[in-house]
Design a binder for this molecule. Structure first.
Ligand SMILES: *[C@@H]1O[C@H](CO)[C@@H](O)[C@H](O)[C@H]1NC(C)=O
Ligand SMILES: *[C@@H]1O[C@H](CO)[C@@H](O)[C@H](O)[C@H]1NC(C)=O
Length: 176
């Protein structure tokens, strides 16, 4: 049964991408500075067993060169929560996450959509809090309240939620 589910997941993901795609962070899936943030990828369709994870910015005044935040990441983990120290980059836009060869970090396997790192204390994207149901680490206050009462929205806003659930399901199956 798990096997059949895993195959269904793999099939679903392969529609999204035939290869290695970084599904989070992205345009609507920002990080919060000096906080815990998540990187997710399409591990079931990846042809790479491991990679180095780097953080880059289109503005060389922000980051002169891509910064390695994880030296060797195994593909089968499917997602990774990075620590406060690893995401202690200044708030700003134009960031991307890069997956590269562990032997040659200029050999790029995949690149995320550009994303924003918001200031410390900002609320996380609804895609993060919406999946788990728990609110661990979700900041309270006006921003959090505004997010909690938000209803409706466009279809595009809900697509990343579905993507995250698929990724979470795939992760659960791999761990099981
Ligand atoms: C990473 O994967 C390659 C195969 O693509 C393998 O040869 C190498 O030993 C792996 N490195 C680590 C650190 O697991
Ligand atoms: C590293 O990868 C880049 C891009 O694929 C390539 O141009 C370069 O020759 C590689 N360097 C080495 C030392 O293999």
């Amino acid at each position: 049964m798990f096997r059949r589910l895993a195959l269904a997941c793999a099939a679903l993901l392969s529609v999204v991408s035939a290869q290695l795609t970084i599904t989070s962070p992205g345009t609507n899936d920002w990080w919060v500075a000096s906080s815990q943030n998540t990187i997710s990828w399409t591990c079931t369709t990846s042809t790479f067993l491991n990679f180095t994870i780097l953080l880059s910015n289109s503005n060389t005044a922000v980051l002169a060169a891509p910064l390695a935040i994880i030296a060797v990441q195994e593909n089968y983990d499917c997602s990774k929560t990075i620590t406060q120290q690893q995401s202690a980059q200044p708030a700003g836009t134009g960031y991307t996450v890069l997956f590269a060869s562990t032997l040659n970090s200029t050999d790029i396997y995949a690149q995320s959509q550009p994303f924003e790192i918001k200031a410390l204390g900002s609320s996380y994207p609804t895609t993060t809090s919406g999946v788990g149901g728990t609110s661990t680490g979700t900041p309270s206050g006006s921003a959090g309240a505004a997010q909690a009462t938000k209803t409706g929205g466009t279809l595009a806003e809900y697509v990343p939620v579905g993507m995250s659930m698929v990724a979470a399901l795939a992760l659960g199956l791999v761990v099981a």
